[in-house]
Write a protein that binds this ligand. Structure first.
Ligand code: MN
Length: 133
C-alpha cells in the first residue's frame, strides 16, 4: 500500500533543475534537501563569483539566490542573470534576512520574480518555488 502511494506521488513529480546560490552552509543544505525531497535536481553554489558560470552550464529552470553574499551582491547577480540572453527568462527567487523598508522593491526592480525573507518557513519556501515553475 505504502509503495503504491509513493509510486503515484513520484509519477506526479516533474523534476526541475534549481540553482541555489547561498553562502550560509546550513541554509544551502536546507534548501537543497527540500528541493531534492520534492524530486528536483538542486545545484548548490557557495561562492557568488561562480554563480553566473554555473548557471550558464547548469541551465536551471529556477534560480534561488541569497542577497547577502561575500564578493558579489545578490542584486548584482540578479541583474547579470537578467542581462544574459540564455538566463534572462529563468525565474529568480531571492532569499534575504534583511527585509528593510524598500528592500523588496529593490530586489524586484533588479529582476527577481519572487522574494522570501529568512528565517524560512519550509511550507512558504516550497509554495513559492512551486509557484515559479
Ligand atoms: Mn548570505
Amino acid at each position: 500500500m505504502k509503495g503504491n502511494v509513493l509510486t503515484i506521488s513520484m509519477a506526479e513529480t516533474v523534476s526541475k533543475r534549481v540553482l541555489v546560490v547561498e553562502d550560509n552552509e546550513l541554509n544551502l543544505k536546507l534548501f537543497c534537501d527540500l528541493l531534492r525531497a520534492h524530486g528536483h535536481d538542486a545545484a548548490p553554489v557557495r561562492d557568488g563569483r561562480e554563480a553566473f558560470a554555473r548557471a550558464r552550464e547548469f541551465n536551471p529552470d529556477l534560480i534561488i539566490t541569497d542577497i547577502q553574499l561575500p564578493h558579489v551582491t545578490g542584486l548584482d547577480l540578479i541583474a547579470s542573470f537578467r542581462a544574459d540572453e540564455k538566463l534572462a527568462s529563468v525565474p529568480i527567487m531571492a532569499v534575504t534576512a534583511y527585509a528593510g523598508l524598500g528592500d523588496e522593491e529593490r530586489i524586484r526592480a533588479a529582476g527577481a520574480s519572487a522574494y522570501v525573507s529568512k528565517p524560512i518557513s519550509v511550507m512558504r519556501f516550497m509554495e513559492v518555488v512551486n509557484g515559479l515553475f
